[in-house]
Design a protein around this ligand. Structure first.
Ligand code: SAM
Length: 338
């Protein structure tokens, strides 16, 4: 059942856009992301998706993946968004929202969907987002990488992705260099301490081809407010004393982290955009082109970086003598009278 608010908004929905035609010569090899004005319906039943989109603050009017193209098979081991008995609509909204975020990132990076031929989902989990990547980029080769081997196997057998088993030691992750046009990193750094961010950013940059785009997500100000209890309290799986540790460090330094109980090196992080941008700026090959507050699923912040190994031409410096001369001019030159 749609809520009365959803029904009211639905009544004002613009005319249903047409689905992307796939068989003709003009469209051949192109991604649905290349045709935003031709976007089709998307995800689950229309009612559920529409209501979910409203709940999450997304506009399904701009979605570009047709519902029929999204593979619905779920792994029995999928844990994301899972409740005791079911996968609520949030599961699907998260996948769809990732495509929304990626689309915005590609626009910021001046890339078209058809330029994206090789995609890495890192970490893929059990394909919550990969199923949407497959629908959004039907022409692209997908690679699925995670520590969870059954997740990688599932993504390989159900979505046809190239399977890559990850490693706790970043240096040992068997991913080739310069191979990907797009890397989606959904909710990995959100679980790692700052020293591991460095290692992963170096690794991800090395896997991107020159001009490729890495899109990653973080917990930012909105998650901070929820952990703090200012908005809709969220304990994020940590005991109260570790929540305090995360909050205190975030308030002091813009970054806070604590391990989950019983885990070592895996927990919950929150990071302010200033901290994230300063961290990115230390990587010469990565140029940040987008930061979106709560850009994924109305919860996690989204950053997009383009890999650029070409040396930046040194600007011709403005001579100090000219600068001083022009400052002095302000003093000695009589001001024009009106
Ligand atoms: C919160 S889940 C997100 C999964 C998926 N991106 C999604 O949105 O459904 C975090 C994932 O990170 C994976 N992970 C943690 N450390 C990793 C590593 N070193 N290499 C690859 N995956 C890792 C975990 O196995 C888990 O599947």
């Amino acid at each position: 059942m749609l809520s009365s608010r959803a029904l009211a908004l639905r009544a004002h929905r613009p005319e249903e856009p047409r689905s992307v035609a796939t068989g003709d010569r003009w469209n051949a090899g192109r991604s649905p992301l290349d045709f935003p004005h031709q976007a089709g319906r998307h995800c689950l039943s229309e009612e559920e998706a529409y209501e979910g989109g409203l709940l999450m603050g997304n506009s399904i009017g701009i979605l570009q993946v047709t519902e029929k193209d999204v593979i619905r098979t779920l792994s029995p081991n999928e844990t994301m968004n899972r409740t005791d008995h079911d996968f609520p609509v949030e599961y699907w909204v998260a996948g769809r929202s990732a495509i929304d975020a990626i689309r915005t990132c590609l626009v910021s990076a001046h890339k078209s969907g058809s330029e994206i031929q090789h995609i890495l989902d890192f970490p893929c989990g059990h394909g919550r987002v990969l199923r949407y990547l497959k629908a959004a980029f039907p022409h692209a080769e997908l690679t699925a990488c995670d520590l969870l081997r059954d997740g990688v196997d599932f993504c390989s057998s159900v979505f046809g992705a190239i399977p890559v088993y990850s490693d706790e030691d970043v240096a040992e992750i068997p991913l080739g260099e310069n191979g990907y046009d797009l890397i989606w990193v959904g909710s990995l750094l959100t679980h790692l301490d700052s020293d591991r961010w460095e290692a992963f950013l170096i690794k991800l940059a090395s896997c991107l081809r020159d001009g490729g785009v890495v899109v990653f997500t973080t917990h930012g100000a909105s998650v901070y407010k929820r952990m703090k209890g200012v908005e809709n309290f969220y304990n994020c799986g940590l005991p109260y004393w570790r929540i305090t540790k995360v909050l205190y460090r975030y308030e002091q330094a813009g970054f806070g982290y604590a391990d989950y109980l019983g885990a070592h090196g895996y927990g919950f992080s929150i990071s302010a955009p200033q901290w994230v941008l300063s961290t990115i700026s230390r990587h010469r090959d990565l140029r940040c082109v987008l930061y979106a507050d709560r850009g994924w699923h109305n919860l996690q912040d989204v950053y997009a970086c383009v890999k650029s190994t070409k040396p930046v031409k040194t600007e011709i410096a403005t001579p100090l003598t000219t600068y001083v001369k022009h400052l002095l001019r302000e003093v000695w030159k009589p001001k024009p009278t009106s």
